[in-house]
Design a protein around this ligand. Structure first.
Ligand code: FAD
Length: 448
């Protein structure tokens, strides 16, 4: 790897010293390219961060599953293969946490900060960035992006480019839905929705449990007025026990082939990925606790045994409607030399955010060197997530975390879940190793 003196050569601007920006900056520097990393803290704090450290974890000190055949463990194995700083720092700060990668949050952020401050090619600038920087630049300012930059991005990417509040409906695995209690049809006759019917008794019980279920407390700074068009389902039910029947649960235009009649109420599921392995509950954004979502939505007969790829969430979250303008290499279409990464691109979670930073960092250097962009294989977890945020339906785009539903089916017919996951994992690691090798981007680069 070529090393340049700190004073020579082009500089890549990275905005945001969180999980994604720190990872991007490190990947650029370790490839011998200078980086100017802008972080607004401590000059300006976000409502969630409490320190000036780079890579601060804003909430939980768990980076998620790291054992067995979990999807989070697969993503970590892939990022380790590519030499992730975030995972290296997590290893150094690890505390016992069973199958999860749990860290001492201070030691973790210190490890990230020290690594970057000590690197001769990294300059850290403590300033708020208010405009989209000149290329080459990576923007990774997270869910609490400072408002002036959010406004500048909206000017660049167009109206409705940004969503400011994340009110996501749950997503279930299609193969966990009881298809004997559901039917494909739509109110417009296109057959695009999987309808889960409820009788009057089932509906009334469901609504009783829904309004009484336990909710997540919203943070003080998240005390927002709900958009009328995007009310949580429990809020809708609180307005009147029959209100959902005139909203997302309305049965008008639908006939249940099992009874030949219109159901009393329905819950509609819509394909959430091109393969149709993930289905989201339409209009069911919710702030219920996760265990309560499983229990209460389990009262819908077709969802009695549903498994959740992602639970519904509501929190303040600036994210971009990425599929409108992002390519799978994380470059902005029509804006050479600009990449976006992290939670703002519509991934959800610490490690998912770092994954975007790692790819954007690699591609910024490849761009400077005139090399083709690295596009990750769609059957790796990392690649599948990057494809999701760039190729999902932009009109219904909601943040996504790692899960096996993003990957194409794996294993042999008749394999149980464990065998299918093992096959998917093996295929993912092999595909990623081949892609990194071919691009010359393996993780064993000389450390900076
Ligand atoms: C309240 C809250 C709780 C969360 N809890 C969890 C959790 O428990 N587990 C989990 O996995 N994820 C959680 N998340 C999601 C979490 O934010 C991401 O997983 C992760 O931090 C995203 O990484 P990032 O690098 O994209 O953003 P961040 O880590 O937020 O980093 C962005 C950085 O950019 C800086 N910045 C913003 N605007 C500017 C600007 N204009 N100029 C310069 N600097 C700027 C910020 O100060 C920040 O340091 C939570 C988010 C919130 C808001």
């Amino acid at each position: 790897m070529n090393r340049t003196k700190p004073s020579d050569g082009p500089v890549v601007t990275v905005v945001g010293g969180g999980l994604a920006g720190s990872e991007a900056a490190y990947q650029i520097a370790r490839r011998g390219v200078r980086v100017r990393l802008f972080e607004m803290r401590p000059q300006v704090m976000t409502p969630a961060h409490v320190s000036d450290r780079l890579g601060e974890l804003v909430c939980s000190n768990s980076l998620g599953g790291d054992g067995g055949l979990s999807p989070a463990a697969l993503l970590k194995a892939e990022l380790r293969m590519a030499g992730s700083l975030v995972l290296e720092a997590a290893e150094a700060a690890r505390v016992p946490g069973g199958q999860a990668l749990v860290v001492d949050r201070e030691r973790f952020a210190e490890a990230v900060t020290e690594r970057l401050l000590a690197h001769p090619l990294v300059e850290v600038v403590r300033e708020v960035v208010a405009e989209v920087p000149e290329p080459p630049a990576v923007i990774a300012t997270g869910p609490l992006t400072a408002p002036p930059l959010a406004a500048a991005l909206e000017r660049l990417l167009g109206e409705r480019a940004l969503a400011f509040f994340d009110a996501a409906s749950p997503v279930v695995f299609a193969d966990s839905v009881d298809m004997t209690r559901a039917f494909w049809d739509s109110r417009e006759g296109t057959g695009d929705y999987l309808n889960c019917p409820l009788t009057r008794e089932e509906y009334e019980r469901f609504v009783r449990e829904l309004v009484a279920a336990e909710q997540h407390p919203l943070h003080e700074f998240e005390d927002v007025t709900f958009f009328e068009g995007c009310l949580p389902i429990e809020e809708l039910a609180r307005r009147g026990p029959r209100t959902p029947l005139f909203g997302p649960m309305r049965p008008v235009g639908l006939v249940d082939p099992a009874t030949g009649r219109r159901p009393y109420a329905v819950v509609q599921l819509r394909r959430d990925n091109a393969a149709g392995s993930l289905l989201s509950l339409v209009g069911f954004q919710t702030n219920l606790r996760w265990g309560e979502q499983k229990r209460v939505f389990g009262l819908i007969p077709a969802l009695a045994h549903a498994e959740y790829a992602r639970y519904g969430v509501m929190h303040r979250n600036t994210y971009l409607r990425s599929p409108r303008f992002l390519d799978p290499d994380l470059s902005v279409r029509g804006r050479p030399g600009l990449w976006l990464a992290g939670q703002m691109t519509g991934v959800e979670g610490y490690v998912e955010s770092a994954a975007g930073g790692l790819l954007a960092g690699i591609n910024a250097v490849r761009w400077l060197r005139g090399q083709a962009s690295l596009v990750l294989p769609a059957d790796s977890m990392w690649g599948a997530l990057m494809q999701y945020i760039s190729r999902a339906d932009p009109d219904h785009f909601q943040p996504m975390n790692t899960n096996f539903g993003l990957l194409p089916p794996a294993g042999r017919p008749g394999d149980d879940k464990r065998a299918r996951r093992a096959a998917a994992r093996e295929r993912a690691l092999a595909a990623l190793a081949a892609a990194l090798r071919q691009a010359g981007e393996e993780g064993d680069h000389e450390r900076g």
